[in-house]
Design a binder for this molecule. Structure first.
Ligand code: GRF
Length: 215
């Protein structure tokens, strides 16, 4: 087993299947989940964390007068916990520039499309409507540019003729659960950084697609 000296905080809003993949991987990898924070009190991911004795916090965005106030409370909580890395896993809030610059180069997001295609929401539906032959998932550093930070890794899946949105989402999600723990472990081992707005792995600048990860 590798040394677990990289502490991460995972931010969620919902079911938390990516969180579960990170919890499972953390048992035999080089990172440890210090806390899980949800902006939704009912997020099922909170129960996944509690099952594994991971501390949880709820910072309910509906209780704040503005986006900035929410970001500030979130930032303060994270600073108190003091992780090396913030991992967004189905976290459905847009983070403002103050928050992002506070933790620059230390926030990862997973997005269910082959960025730069289909930033934003409803990615599977949009990929189907656009008649894409291929779809997939991207892991990227978070910058102020929504879903526009440098891509670290991607994995592709075929789009089949008879696919529904759910079929395609499930095929992509399976890849998400493989790719995300892998990228987090690269960061934890010091192999991955963001420098001057570029994703660097082993001191080499990554191409716009990031690394193409095959399980
Ligand atoms: C995933 O598809 C992730 O890429 C997107 O939201 C979904 C969250 O799923 N950002 P889960 O909560 O990890 O199950």
């Amino acid at each position: 087993m590798e040394q677990t000296n990289c502490h991460i905080v995972v931010l969620i809003s919902g079911s938390g299947t990516n969180l579960q993949a990170l919890i499972d991987a953390s048992l035999s990898s080089n990172f440890k989940i210090s806390a899980v924070i949800s902006n939704r009190p009912g997020a099922f991911g909170l129960q996944r964390a509690q099952r594994d004795d991971i501390p949880t916090r709820v910072i309910d965005h509906t209780e704040f007068a503005s986006r900035d106030d929410f970001d500030k409370a979130l930032g303060e909580t994270i600073e108190e916990i003091g992780p090396e890395l913030i991992v967004l896993a189905g976290f459905m809030r847009i983070l403002g520039s103050d928050f992002v610059s506070l933790f620059e180069g230390r926030i990862l997001n997973i997005h269910p499309s082959l960025l730069p295609k289909f930033p934003g929401i409803n990615t599977h539906q949009r990929a189907l409507e656009a008649g894409e032959k291929e779809h997939g998932v991207s892991v990227h550093f978070v910058t102020v540019d929504l879903d526009g930070g440098p891509v670290i890794a991607q994995e592709r899946v075929p789009v089949l003729k008879e696919d529904t949105i759910d079929d395609l989402a499930a095929r992509v999600l399976e890849k998400e659960h493989i790719i995300y723990p892998k990228v987090v472990s690269w960061f934890a081992s010091g192999r991955l950084q963001m420098q001057a707005g570029k994703a660097m792995l082993d001191h080499e600048e990554l191409p716009p697609t990031g690394v193409i990860v095959h399980p």
